[in-house]
Design a binder for this molecule. Sequence first.
Ligand SMILES: NC(=O)c1ccc[n+]([C@@H]2O[C@H](COP(=O)([O-])OP(=O)(O)OC[C@H]3O[C@@H](n4cnc5c(N)ncnc54)[C@H](OP(=O)(O)O)[C@@H]3O)[C@@H](O)[C@H]2O)c1
Length: 256
Amino acid sequence: MSKNFALILGGSKGIGFEVANQMLAKNYHIILNSRNPLKAYNELRKNYSEDKIILLPGDISEDSTLKNLVDILENINKLDSILINYGGPNIKPFHEITHNEWLSYFKTMFLSPIEIIKNTINYLKNSEYPRIVAITSFTTKKITKNMIVSNSLRLALVNALKTINLELSESFNGKLLINAVAPGYINTERLQDYILKQSKILNISPNDYIKEIEKNILIKRIADVKEIGKFIAFLLSYENTYINNQHIFFDGGIVY
Ligand SMILES: NC(=O)c1ccc[n+]([C@@H]2O[C@H](COP(=O)([O-])OP(=O)(O)OC[C@H]3O[C@@H](n4cnc5c(N)ncnc54)[C@H](OP(=O)(O)O)[C@@H]3O)[C@@H](O)[C@H]2O)c1
């Protein structure tokens, strides 16, 4: 049986790291990306051999990262899955975001994922089960203060992915499945940071802010990262045979 390869962008921490773990558990080889992926690499190497993990260090918005990715793919000549992921934008009011910050977010959160897909199409075509999943955010539905970048750019990416799906479907003979997953509140470093910053801006304690969050989730709790990791790995793998073109909210039922 031929090997399966999953590209995990932003895979050193949080949700991305958990997806990397889950794809390895499904016997995929992974191409592990982040700006500083070494600690995560060493962690994964405790359970998986050297040949299972190819390192792709670098910012996804840098041309050199894309070039190094294409060099790797030239060698293996196949790509099965892409997880589109990166850190979230800074949490601040819209009038404090500079023009250059907007340009940088546009590149990381919108343009680079599209460029990466464009440059990997021919390798995805060599897969029996080509799958793409982008991580977005609940903020695409619940417009959230101090989150204008996330509220807007992520939705643009979802619609771009739907367009790519429509345009590529024919040439992939219907095999390509593209989805987006919008996390609600997932317990990661990023969420801890988000809680601290938002509670400071709102002038309440982090614990009160957490209570406020949980009050508005029907499941009444923040999710463990393993719960979403498993779900995204399912969508990214051959196990998903029919879910396509969806933007799925993994949020425990947030009520607004
Ligand atoms: N956790 C939640 O509750 C929640 C809720 C809604 C939306 N989200 C969104 O879901 C995504 C993942 O969240 P998370 O909680 O797992 O975040 P996280 O713990 O901060 O992890 C982000 C990952 O992306 C990597 N990264 C950041 N910028 C990058 C770049 N320019 N190029 C390559 N890699 C980059 C980071 O590693 P390096 O630092 O090594 O680059 C890290 O591995 C984020 O976009 C976040 O905004 C999360």
